[in-house]
Design a protein. Structure first.
Length: 329
C-alpha cells in the first residue's frame, strides 16, 4: 500500500479507502489510485481484510446431488447472486443423505472460513428430524422442512401439483393418475399429497400411486402399465423427465396424446417445449428460489437476529399441446 501511495502521490489512508470500496474519495483520485494499483501489481489481501472486518465474503453450499434440474438451476442462481454481492461460493457435496453427513459438511465449511451456509436438502429426512447443527453460522435451507430456527426457501410444491391436477379435471377428465417421485424426496411427497387432496376435494377417490425415481427410464417403466389401460385418460408426472418417459410408453402402445391420454409434467425444463407433442407442465422459478435464499442469508449475516421464516415461491402452469379433453364416450 505504501508503494501505491508513493506512485499515486496520495496518503496510505487514501489507498486504504479505495481498496475497501469506501465512497469518501473523489473520482479523479480514486482512478489515479486504481491506476497505480495496476501499475505496481497491488492486490488487496483478502485474509487480512477478513480478520479486520470479520467477513470472509464466502458462503458455503451443502447439497446432495447435481444430477437434478432443480438443484443445478438453483445453484446457478445462488452463484450469480453471490457474485453480484461480491461473495464467492464453496460447494460441499454430500452423497450420503443423513444428518451426520450434513453436520460433518457444516463443520468442514466452518473450518474453511465461510460467513454463512445454504443447504439444498431435497431428502424428506428433515420432515422427521430437525437439523442439529453447531451454533455460530447463519443457515438457509432450500427444498425441505427444517423445523424452527432456520430460514426456509422453496417452490410452492402444493400449489404446482394442484394447478396440474385442476387443469386436467377442468378439461373434463374424471380421474388423474400420478407418477410420483421417490419416497425419499420431500418435494415428491408434497406434490403427491396435493394431487391426492385436490382429487378428494373434487369428490374423486385417488387411484393407486406409482413411483419413479425422477428419470425418463422410470417414467417409461411405470407408465407402460398405465398406458395399456383404456380408463387412463390423464397422467400427471412429478417431473418432466418422467413425463417424457410416460409419453414414450404411450407412443409405443399407440395411444394418441392428447386425444386419448393427456400428460402434464412438473419443472418446465428447456426441452419440454420440444417434446412431441410439446409438454404442458408446471414451471418452477428456480432463479427466484436461489435469489431469495441468498438474500435471506445475507440478511442473517448482516443481522444475526434477522427473523427465520419460510418463503414459498409460486409456480406457473404452462399449457401446451400434451393436454386436452378426454375422448368422447
Amino acid at each position: 500500500m505504501a508503494d501505491v501511495a508513493r506512485h499515486a502521490g496520495v496518503s496510505s489512508q487514501t489507498v486504504s479507502r479505495v481498496a475497501n470500496g469506501l465512497t469518501n474519495v473523489d473520482d479523479a483520485t480514486r482512478e489515479r489510485v486504481l491506476s497505480s494499483m495496476r501499475a505496481v501489481g497491488y492486490r488487496p489481501n483478502g485474509a487480512a481484510r477478513a480478520l479486520k472486518y470479520g467477513r470472509f465474503h464466502t458462503i458455503g453450499v451443502i447439497m446432495f446431488t447435481l444430477e437434478t434440474l432443480g438443484n443445478v438451476r438453483t445453484l446457478d442462481a445462488i452463484a450469480t447472486e453471490a457474485a453480484a454481492a461480491d461473495y464467492t461460493v464453496t460447494l460441499m457435496p454430500v452423497p450420503d443423505p443423513t444428518m451426520g453427513a450434513v453436520s460433518g459438511a457444516y463443520r468442514r465449511l466452518s473450518e474453511q472460513a465461510v460467513d454463512g451456509i445454504i443447504i439444498i436438502f431435497e431428502a424428506s429426512l428433515l420432515d422427521r428430524v430437525e437439523i442439529t447443527l453447531p451454533p455460530g453460522l447463519p443457515v438457509v435451507v432450500i427444498d425441505s422442512n427444517a423445523g424452527s430456527g432456520f430460514a426456509v426457501v422453496d417452490t410452492d410444491q402444493a400449489l404446482g401439483a394442484r394447478q396440474a391436477t385442476e387443469h386436467l379435471l377442468g378439461l373434463g377428465h374424471r380421474q388423474v393418475w400420478h407418477i410420483a417421485g421417490p419416497t425419499s424426496s420431500f418435494s415428491a411427497g408434497h406434490r403427491a399429497e396435493s394431487w391426492r387432496a385436490t382429487l378428494e376435494q373434487a369428490g374423486i377417490t385417488p387411484p393407486p400411486l406409482v413411483h419413479g425415481d425422477w428419470t425418463t427410464e422410470s417414467g417409461h417403466r411405470v407408465a407402460l402399465e398405465l398406458a395399456g389401460r383404456d380408463d387412463v385418460t390423464a397422467i400427471f408426472a412429478a417431473n418432466d423427465q418422467m413425463a417424457l418417459g410416460a409419453m414414450k410408453a404411450l407412443h409405443e402402445l399407440g395411444r394418441d396424446i392428447p386425444n386419448q391420454v393427456s400428460v402434464v409434467g412438473f419443472d418446465d425444463m428447456d426441452e419440454s417445449r420440444a417434446f412431441w407433442p410439446p409438454l404442458t407442465t408446471v414451471r418452477q422459478n428456480f432463479r427466484e428460489v436461489g435469489r431469495i435464499a441468498m438474500e435471506r442469508l445475507l440478511a442473517q449475516i448482516d443481522d444475526p437476529d434477522a427473523p427465520s421464516e419460510t418463503t414459498l415461491i409460486p409456480t406457473e402452469l404452462v399449457v401446451r399441446e400434451s393436454s386436452g379433453p378426454p375422448p368422447a364416450r
